[in-house]
Design a protein around this ligand. Structure first.
Ligand code: NAI
Length: 741
């Protein structure tokens, strides 16, 4: 809704009222249209000020309306009638002016922002473009290069930057509404400088803009923003977004729309904007990105199989934390904790490791503080070899080597020094959290906090609850993760939890395809064209092939009875690909050794180059095992990788390891580089069509009967049998499936 009031005698104040961010719902749009018409008709009213309730101007369109049929007055003519109004219109921007909110402000003749306001056109992050004139008005206001940058990235700007760019006319230290009203009064000729006595401003002391005609303030009347270098600027932006967007259509459409603002009159530009928006709206990509938006927002609303959930469980306050092990993970975890304002006691096993960890953590914090122009919070850190220093902490995060016996030793040592109510969390990538908890004197206070490398950068945190973990412990880990600015997902306890359990099958398919005839380059190229940030073999080289090798050795898959020259392709009753082990035997651990699936200029360098030795190695291998190589298409690569992931996702849902398909998708979006414009592996399966996925899995399982993971899951079969319901309804089918077991 919108509230109408007449203030200061001659100003109509229109307040958008739709908490929390005054989104432009149908009711709000209707309220605005009625209020504007009333203001234009009221002869006492000489100017109009728009503001938002609760000091938030407007957060944009109501995304919930995107999925249904739109009702109420459309945005484009509404903004146009505001701009065409014969009385000065002023936007008073407090809090946020985002998306449609900023487009509404651009339709006004003047804009005033409070110092704390943030402005932006983030539509691109939802797979769309600013289609209420934003792509046509903003370039006319601030020029092509600046508009391109803001519209293609969706970046928010501060009020100060908005002033420098020319988006707003004034920044107010105090109330933007007050300042907007003063500006409105001065525009209509009432001097507010307090120095003069004139009603109509002729005062030389003040900066009134009295008497300004409105036409120059109407952005739609401005000519196209053509300049000799415009083509070059747009071409460069197009090349940049194509490279960055990994197949996402929206950033490309944004460039095309802004280019129209440079070349075409406003009305033609608006037509182009509408056509581009229609294409995006109909594309699966916009649906995927909107789905990802809501999935991310809901991930924090965790629930456990016993009914405990985010809104009925209190988290404990965490002021002091311990981090055990300052290797790759512990360093990033310590940095994230300190940045969240938490005191950290960081422990290593010997003086050398402690010194190296201390140096790394300090340097990371210093770099970050320098970038943000603040001083590094080093006073929050204590580095020590002594577990006794942990006696006052509220919670410990263990990040020592992935070795069950070592972790058990650390856990029981911790129990000797920690307060009785301190939580113990493990960063294990997949070990059994219950087994670890069993060696402690506090099973309810043990949970997994599975961060991703590098932990101070990667957004994902899997909070793993064991069978005895208390809801309070889960709530505390989730709240702590949120404070550390992570996207947190609560998951159950099983080998590899959600992310790594699925990853294993994806990795398996990739190496099987190498056996069958593909090269690492072909597989990676197909995955990158699909939209992954990096192909699976490049990622493996980056993480280090030795990591998985050590895990396979520990789990007995590789041992003295395996032939080193011609290892078996069959282990534990199913197909096994020894190629990664054979690479490790040659010392090819990936980037760290300068050789892995690819070749690198030197150990540690990042640019992956094809290695002819790998081609020969694969050819020899196939010859040795009598495999006749065949051509593997990109389609097969995507189907086998993506459908294997989704199939395991369905099993994870059956097992109640993840509470919803959305949680699985959030894990893949934030931890494994799944392209956002494809929603996530579960959403993608739904979008391709569950019956298609089922048919393909049946086909691949027939061809590879020794790969049990390709056998379609029961849940997938059940969903297809029940008519492939939309993803939001899968949860109820999981309940039915379980009740039939
Ligand atoms: P890392 O080998 O880089 O570091 C482990 C650190 O623990 C070493 O600095 C070592 O000196 C220290 N340490 C060993 N025993 C200790 C003890 N008794 N007391 C104190 N410090 C001790 O290992 P990384 O990669 O940091 O992994 C740590 C844990 O995080 C593992 O459980 C791993 O599975 C998990 N993880 C690793 C990821 C990765 O990408 N590296 C991602 C997610 C989880």
């Amino acid at each position: 809704m919108a509230r109408y009031a007449r203030v200061k005698g001659s100003i109509a104040l229109i307040t958008l009222t739709n908490p929390p961010v005054n989104a432009l719902s149908a009711a709000v749009r209707r309220g605005i249209v009625e209020s504007v018409s009333r203001a234009l008709k009221d002869e006492q009213v000489k100017a109009v000020v728009f503001c938002g309730e609760n000091e938030k101007f407007c957060g944009g369109a109501d995304i919930k309306e995107f999925s249904g049929s739109m009702s109420g007055p459309p945005l484009v003519p509404m903004i146009h009638s505001i701009e065409a109004g014969e009385k000065p219109m002023v936007a008073a921007i407090e809090g946020v002016a985002l998306g449609g909110g900023l487009e509404l402000a651009l339709g006004c003749h003047y804009r005033v922002a409070n110092t704390k306001a943030r402005l932006g056109l983030p539509e691109v992050t939802l797979g769309l473009l600013p289609a209420a004139g934003g792509t046509q008005r903003l370039p006319r206001l601030i020029g092509i290069p600046a508009a391109l940058e803001l519209i293609t990235t969706g970046r928010h700007v501060s009020a100060q930057e908005a002033l420098q760019l020319g988006i707003v006319d004034q920044v107010a230290q105090g109330s933007a509404v007050q300042a907007a009203m003063e500006l409105a009064l001065s525009v209509i000729g009432v001097c507010v400088c307090m120095l003069c006595v004139y009603v109509v401003c002729v005062c030389i002391y003040c900066v009134c803009v009295t008497g300004q005609p409105l036409n120059p303030r109407r952005l739609s009347l401005r000519a196209p923003v053509w300049a000799p270098d415009v083509d070059g600027v747009c071409d460069a932006a197009l090349a940049q977004v194509k490279q960055r967007s990994r197949g996402a259509m929206a950033p490309v459409a944004c460039v095309q729309a802004v280019r129209a603002a440079a070349m075409l009159p406003y009305s033609k530009g608006m037509e182009r904007e509408r056509q581009l928006m229609d294409t995006l709206f109909r594309s699966g990509q916009a649906r995927a990105m909107q789905y990802a938006f809501f999935a991310q927002r809901n991930a924090g609303k965790w629930s456990l199989p016993n009914g405990s959930q985010w809104n009925n469980t209190r988290a404990r306050d965490v002021q002091r934390a311990g981090v055990i092990g300052l290797g790759t993970m512990g360093r990033g975890i310590a940095v994230s904790l300190v940045k969240a304002g938490i005191s950290v006691v960081a422990i290593e096993m010997d003086a050398k490791q402690l010194e190296s960890g201390k140096k790394a953590v300090t340097a990371m914090l210093q770099r970050d503080a320098q970038r943000r122009g603040v001083s590094p919070p080093l006073h929050l850190l204590t580095f020590t070899l002594s577990f006794h220093q942990l006696r006052d902490v509220d919670l410990v995060i263990e990040a020592v080597f992935e070795d069950m016996n070592l972790k058990k030793r650390v856990f029981s040592d911790l129990c000797k020094v920690l307060r009785a109510n301190a939580l113990i969390c493990t960063n294990t990538s997949g070990l059994n959290v219950d087994e670890l908890a069993a060696v402690t004197d506090r099973q309810p206070l043990v949970v997994g906090m599975h961060f991703f490398a590098p932990a101070h950068v990667m957004k994902l945190l899997e909070v793993v609850y064991g069978s005895r973990s208390s809801p309070e412990a889960v709530a505390t880990a989730m709240a702590l993760g949120k404070r550390m600015e992570k996207v947190c997902v609560a998951v159950g306890n099983c080998s590899g939890f959600v992310g790594n359990r699925m990853l294993k099958l994806y990795l398996d398919q990739s190496v099987y395809m190498l056996e069958e005839g593909a090269t690492p380059e072909q597989v990676d190229q197909a995955l990158e064209e699909f939209g992954f940030a990096m192909g699976i073999f490049k990622v493996s080289d980056l993480s280090g092939l030795d990591v998985g090798w050590r895990v396979r050795k520990a789990s007995g898959l590789i041992g003295p009875d395996v032939d080193p020259v011609k290892p078996s392709r069959w282990r534990l009753g199913r197909r096994y690909c020894p190629l990664p082990d054979m690479l490790c035997q040659q010392g090819r651990f990936g980037q760290k050794t300068g050789r892995g699936w690819y070749l690198y200029d030197s150990p540690g360098s990042k640019e992956a180059k094809s290695d002819p030795e790998i081609q020969t190695f694969l050819e020899d291998y196939r010859r040795k095992y009598g495999i006749i190589p065949r051509r593997i298409t990109s389609q097969e690569v995507i189907e086998r990788c993506a459908f294997a992931l989704a199939n395991e996702g369905f099993r994870i849902l059956e097992d109640r390891i993840a509470a919803s398909p959305e949680d699985i998708d959030v894990i893949y979006l934030f931890g494994y580089g799944w392209p956002r414009h494809r929603g996530g592996p579960m959403f993608y399966a739904g979008q391709v069509g569950l019956s298609v996925v089922l048919e393909k899995l049946e086909h691949y399982h027939r061809v590879h009967p020794d790969v049990p993971s390709l056998e379609p899951s029961r849940l997938l079969r059940r969903l297809v049998a029940e008519g492939s319901p939309p993803i939001q309804q899968w949860k109820s089918h999981i309940k039915n499936l379980r009740s039939h077991l």
